[in-house]
Write a protein that binds this ligand. Sequence first.
Ligand SMILES: NC(=O)c1ccc[n+]([C@@H]2O[C@H](COP(=O)([O-])OP(=O)(O)OC[C@H]3O[C@@H](n4cnc5c(N)ncnc54)[C@H](O)[C@@H]3O)[C@@H](O)[C@H]2O)c1
Length: 354
Amino acid sequence: MATRPRAKPVRILVVGTGSMAAAHVRAYQAMPGVTVVAGVDTRPDVLKAFQTDHAIPHGFATVQDAIAWGGFDAVSNVTPDSVHKTTTLPLLAAGKHVLCEKPLATSHADAAEMADAAARAGVVNMVNLTYRNVPALQAAQALVAAGTIGPVRHFEASYLQSWLTQPAWGDWKTEPRWLWRLSTAHGSNGVLGDVGVHILDYATFVIGAMPARFTSRLATFDKAPGGRIDEYTLDANDSFVMETELTNGALGTISATRFASGHLNDLRLRVYGDTGGLEVLFEGGKSLLRGCIGPDMPTATWRKLPTPPVPTTYRRFVDAIRGTATPDPTFARGAALQAVLDAATLGAGADLPA
Ligand SMILES: NC(=O)c1ccc[n+]([C@@H]2O[C@H](COP(=O)([O-])OP(=O)(O)OC[C@H]3O[C@@H](n4cnc5c(N)ncnc54)[C@H](O)[C@@H]3O)[C@@H](O)[C@H]2O)c1
């Protein structure tokens, strides 16, 4: 009987060992042949707790120290948005594969520099757009690409969070991991940069086209006396709305907010074509795809559609390193999304005459 060849071992370094790092580690530690060998964090107490919690043998204060040590093949970069570029570039130069958290950077110029550096290095590079892991998203993309709902004419996409109106994820008024997300000086582009990137990817991946032109508005609401808490000026946007025409002519809206009371973390996409409509939902942590297609259209009958399981971005990253999968979404995709986010920031706030 033939024995299956053992998968190539992959040694992972996690850079930035805060809240989201645990999800990366848990995913890798469940994969045969993959070992998380080390962490890097500028906060020694956070690094130590991370190493203890996940039984990780090595820890470093800087990326440069980890590169000098060298005992790893690939990296999950889970640092705050503002340091993705400065931490990733030396790792690419050292020939390491990188899965970087979203958004790839805080400006298109930085994201493009990272994409160019990754292409030059010839390493596997991916952005952790986690909602690519939602089965309904992948099934919907396949249906649209196959022409099942015909040319897409109209869509609505929204990302609904409420961590500024209720405490389910902790107290944003006292916890730095929430406060940095509210402050541009701490590298945040607000809800637009934080989860706007997810819903922009969600909609444009399914429809298969990017915004060609749009208008957008951002809002920052009063949340604390004087708009400050400690060293954090609460000036980053809390809500955004974009109306856009895509390169395929489809017209639609994309929005995100941290004030969607009643929703912890829900993504909704409704896509309408000439021969059918789809609802691509990720609500309450559950993936659901509904369609009203062809003969069901005159009676407006919506049916639940099959959504086969999909590999996670972590799995696809490891498979790409092993040469058994194509990396996607890449840094180049991250840079293309960042170009839209930059333009959405600039396009915000125009007032019409009264
Ligand atoms: N894909 C998703 O669904 C998802 C979900 C949550 C967060 N994120 C992203 O993950 C990233 C981290 O978010 P988080 O919530 O874990 O933040 P966090 O603040 O909890 O953790 C970030 C960690 O990085 C460390 N750090 C800062 N600068 C560093 C540097 N130069 N070198 C090494 N370590 C450094 C900090 O000390 C901190 O421990 C962000 O980019 C965020 O947008 C993605």
